[in-house]
Design a protein around this ligand. Sequence first.
Ligand code: URA
Ligand code: CA
Length: 432
Amino acid sequence: MVDLIEKKRDGQELSTEEIQFIINGYTDGSIPDYQVSALTMAIFFKGMTEKERADLTMAMVKSGDQIDLSKIEGIKVDKHSTGGVGDTTTLVLGPLVAAVGVPVAKMSGRGLGHTGGTIDKLEAVSGFHVEIDNEEFIQLVNKNKIAVIGQSGNLTPADKKLYALRDVTATVDSIPLIASSIMSKKIAAGADAIVLDVKTGAGAFMKTLDDSRELAKAMVQIGNNVGRNTMAVISDMSQPLGFAIGNALEVQEAIDTLKGEGPEDLTELCLTLGSHMVYLAKKAETLKEARALLEGAIKDGSALESFKVFLSSQGGDASVVDDVTKLPQAKFKIELEAKEDGYVSEIVADEIGTAAMLLGAGRATKESQIDLAVGLVLRKKIGDKVQKGDSLLTIHSNFEDVSEVKDILYSNIRLAKDAIEAPVLIHEEITE
Ligand code: URA
Ligand code: CA
C-alpha cells in the first residue's frame, strides 16, 4: 500500500489490479484508514486517468451486492440527480416514462436533507409502502412498468466507507472520486443505461457551470467505459425546481405535472430527461419522437393512470390523484408577503431548503421525524414582478409561530428594482 500511495503521489497511473487490491483491502479492513486517507489526498491533487476512474468504479461495484434485473424485460434506464431543492423530477418521471413502455425499476432511499427522499414523499400517500421482496418487485415492473423498492443492505460497501473517510479528510471535492462514487451505486443497482441530472447553482453540490460540466463529463465517460450507455443534462438549481418543497406538497406537484398542469420548469426538465430515458431504452428512434410520446402520455391521461396503478399496486390509496386534499395537510397556511415592489432576483435554493427543514419537511439527523404535510410553495420565481403585499410563497406549517422561518426566507428571496431575466433551465446536454 505504501508503494501505491507513493505511485499516486508522484502522479503515476495505478493498474486495474492495484485499484482492486486497494478497494478489497479497504473493504475487508486489512488496509487502515490512515493509508487510504493519504491515497485520497494524493488523488485529490494528482487526479485519476480515465482508465483509473472506470477501474475504481467497478472495484466499488464488486465490493458488495449487485442487483440482478435481468428478469425484467427491456432496457432498464435509471435516472440520477446530483441533488437539489424541491426536486420533484423522480416522482414525475417514473410514471411518465413507464406510460410509454420504459421499465422503471427504482431502488430508492430516505436519507437526510431539506425534504425526505423519494420513498418518504411517496409515503404521503396513505398505505403506500416499499417493503416488497425482490420477486414481487420484478413482477410489478414487468406488469406495470414501474415499481419502487427500498434500498437493500449491502450495495457498494467500499463507497460507503470511502465516502465517510473523505468527509473527514477534506477529500470529498474531487471530481474522479465523486464521479466514481455516484456511478458505482447506479451500476450496482442494475441500470443498463443511465441519465444523469447534474444540477448547477446555489442549491447544487456543484455551484459553477464549469465544475458541473466537469463532473457530468467524468460520469458520462465512466458509464460509457464500463458498458452502460450514459448521458447527462446540466440543469439549473440556482432556485428551487417547480414551486413545492415538502413531501406531500411535492406529490401534489407531481400529480399536477402528470396532468399537464405543473410548473413550467419542472415540466420542461422532466420532458428533457424523460426523452433521453425513452431514447436510451430504445423506445423511440429520435429524441424528438421520444418527446412527442411523453407529451402524448400527459395529454391522453396515460401518465396519470400509470401513477395510479403504481400507487395502488404498492398498497397506496390512488384516489389521492383525483382528490389531493386526501394527502396530509398542514394546520397553518401562512403567506410570506413582499415588503416592497420589484422583481425577484434571487431565491437562494439551499437556504430555502433549510427553511423547509426547520418546518419539519426533512431530516437533520437520521433520527429526526419527518412531517409529511409541511413545507413551502413558491408563488414567485426569479424574474417575476412583485408588488408590495403580494405573496412570495406560502408556508405550510404545523406550528403557528414561524417567525424564525420567515426571517430565513426574507433574507434569501431577494428583490431588485429593475426587471431581470429568468435563469436558463437547461444549460447543456452531454453525451460523450
Ligand atoms: N454524492 C455521492 O454519492 N458521492 C460523492 O462522492 C459525492 C456526492
Ligand atoms: Ca418542486
